[in-house]
Design a protein around this ligand. Structure first.
Ligand SMILES: *[C@@H]1O[C@H](CO)[C@@H](O)[C@H](O)[C@H]1NC(C)=O
Length: 356
């Protein structure tokens, strides 16, 4: 009898210890106790017309910026839950750039448009393709559009669905019909996603997609998020949001990826933009994931922008260009530059324009 009680107590003790350990690891993965040290940039202003997110931004080498807006996603706040998403365009060559909503061609279901990560590709004939991760009814598809600059529109070319593209967060286009995509979770269900994150499973991956071949190219992430490619197209950068790092991968002729190094940071790294002229990486980051995923307007998530230079060298330079506690900009998910102008986007809040 006494033996049974001792055993029972031991089991309860062990389970409690395991749970406490999990909660502590979870809190550290979400950087729960981190507060931002402000780093200010003068002369920034919020962009008019963007009120419900600007999760990803991709800027063409000629200064035209595409912005995805209106994301609805498990565990994330939305300020416009009933409004479809949009793609905005901004010409950063203008003295006072404005965000303009791009028209989307007929034959595409706009009512369920829920854009997430985006990526542009310029073809040999100068055609511009825009790849958009979409979550109609919270499923994952990749939409391919052709950008028609003359009438500021996007012509929908196709919808890509695949069982390996199950929980897509971001993509990087590799050609007019191929890309790498990150699956940020193994599960797409809200509760299972929470368990996956809580248990710290590393089941998140990166997939190569082409019309003839679809394959997992790397796995083992807590939550693979932003993905981008170097200007010489030899290296691929993958942000692991919950591991607080960026993986530098070498790309091979058969599209496989091998890891060269991992850059550790003290923040939840979201999308990555690569300056096509310098190769510098700009990272939109979440200083505190608890504030992002468990939204409280009284204590909102802050914003943080990192500039990473010479990532392939022994000692890459990491500079905090902007950091703020959420009183101006909540939940920065991306930062991208063109000719001394910085755009900072957010998961569900507004967007900021900063001359550097
Ligand atoms: C955020 O920073 C601003 C400006 O530095 C300050 O006025 C405000 O009290 C801070 N808010 C919080 C919640 O710490």
């Amino acid at each position: 009898m006494a033996m049974g009680k001792v055993l029972g107590l031991a089991v309860v003790g062990i389970l409690t210890a395991l749970l406490v350990e999990r909660v502590m690891v979870f809190r550290s993965k979400f950087n729960a106790s981190r507060e931002v040290e402000p780093v200010d940039l003068p002369n920034c202003h919020l962009i008019k017309g963007i009120e419900a997110g600007s999760e990803d931004i991709d800027i063409l080498p000629n200064g035209l910026a595409f912005i995805s807006s209106g994301l609805k996603y498990p565990w994330l706040k939305s300020f416009a839950p009933d409004k479809p998403g949009e793609i905005f365009l901004m010409d950063l060559n203008d003295r006072n750039p404005r965000a303009m909503e791009l028209r989307i061609s007929r034959g595409f279901d706009l009512t369920s448009f829920n854009p997430h990560g985006i990526s542009t590709f310029i073809d040999k004939d100068d055609s511009v393709y825009l790849f958009v991760v979409n979550h109609p009814e919270l499923k994952s598809t990749v939409e391919v559009f052709k950008f028609v600059e003359e009438d500021n529109s996007l012509v929908h070319l196709k919808t890509i669905r695949h069982e390996r593209l199950s929980s897509v967060n971001d993509i990087v286009a590799l050609g007019p019909d191929r890309f790498y995509a990150t699956n940020d979770n193994y599960f797409s269900d809200r509760i299972l996603r929470f368990l996956e994150m809580f248990l710290g499973l590393t089941w998140s991956n990166v997939v190569y997609y082409s019309p003839t071949e679809v394959k997992e190219v790397v796995s083992g992430f807590y939550s693979s998020n932003g993905i981008n490619i170097s200007p010489d197209r030899k290296h691929v950068y993958i942000a692991d949001l919950l591991a607080h790092n960026i993986h530098v991968m070498e790309k091979h002729a058969n599209w496989s990826l091998t890891q060269l190094k991992v850059l550790e940071l003290d923040t939840l790294v979201d999308n990555l933009a690569v300056d096509p002229y310098t190769g510098d990486i700009w990272a939109g980051c979440h200083p505190n994931g608890m504030k992002l995923f468990f939204y409280d307007p009284e204590n909102p998530p802050g914003s943080e922008v990192l500039l990473i230079q010479n990532i392939l060298s022994e000692k890459p330079t990491v500079t905090t260009v902007y950091a703020e506690n959420g009183s101006v900009l909540q939940g920065s998910s991306v930062a991208a530059v063109y000719s001394g102008k910085l755009l900072i986007g957010t998961v569900f809040h507004r967007a900021l324009y900063c001359p550097l």
